[in-house]
Design a protein around this ligand. Sequence first.
Ligand code: T5A
Length: 211
Amino acid sequence: MFISFEGLDGSGKTTQIERLHARLEAAGKTVVRVREPGGTAVSERIRSLLLDPDAPIVPRAELLLFSAARAQVCDEIIRPALRSGDVVIADRFFDSTTAYQGGGRGLANPDWLGDFHRFVTDGLVPDLTVYLRLDPETALARRRARSATDDRMEASGQKFFDRVAKAYDTLAASEPERFVVLNAALPVEVLAEAIWRDVRRVDGNLGGARR
Ligand code: T5A
């Protein structure tokens, strides 16, 4: 089973992934976690470039770099883990590129990006995508509470994040079978319960009802 988490910076993905990871392991599953960009030696190097506030990157190069990091983690980590029967949890996947580069940077329409993502991932699509929906102001406040400095993406400005949030909403509405949309302002444990219910619904072996 392949589960991805999506949402604005600071929406609570890491917090929820940690909880889901623990629950899945307690249920006897082997869990492989990846973060995007990252997860392999090459992808982590690309991550350093992409987040460095002192290295300007033009939007087309940005889209290609995020996608290059993804192609590597797909072949090196995600696909082998799925073949072994492990559960893979990804902190972001191609929906981030659609929302941030497609919506935020205004680079490409979703049709073009859909074909491009299929090429990059060689057809790999998450079974379930948890979208933690949070308004951009609250997301910013959470980031500020954690750190006073921005990485290169976080320094893109609030209008950028407004466009990203809008793109996520459009994306989630266009694929209601794959996306679960949750209000990320709810308490951590309430969200964790809701995510666990959805994961069990998709994976009948965990004791939930399949949809
Ligand atoms: N990017 C990425 C692209 O532009 N294109 C792409 O294709 C890809 C893959 C990655 C950056 O790259 C961009 C998106 C990003 O800008 P990153 O460092 O990996 O950068 O950043 P994020 O994935 O956004 O991770 P963050 O750590 O910033 O945010 P999280 O993981 O969503 O949030 P989390 O869990 O760390 O929580 C943030 C704070 O909120 C609190 C937590 O305690 C923490 O302090 N919190 C809550 N508070 C109240 N209520 C809740 N329910 C809470 N849940 C968490």
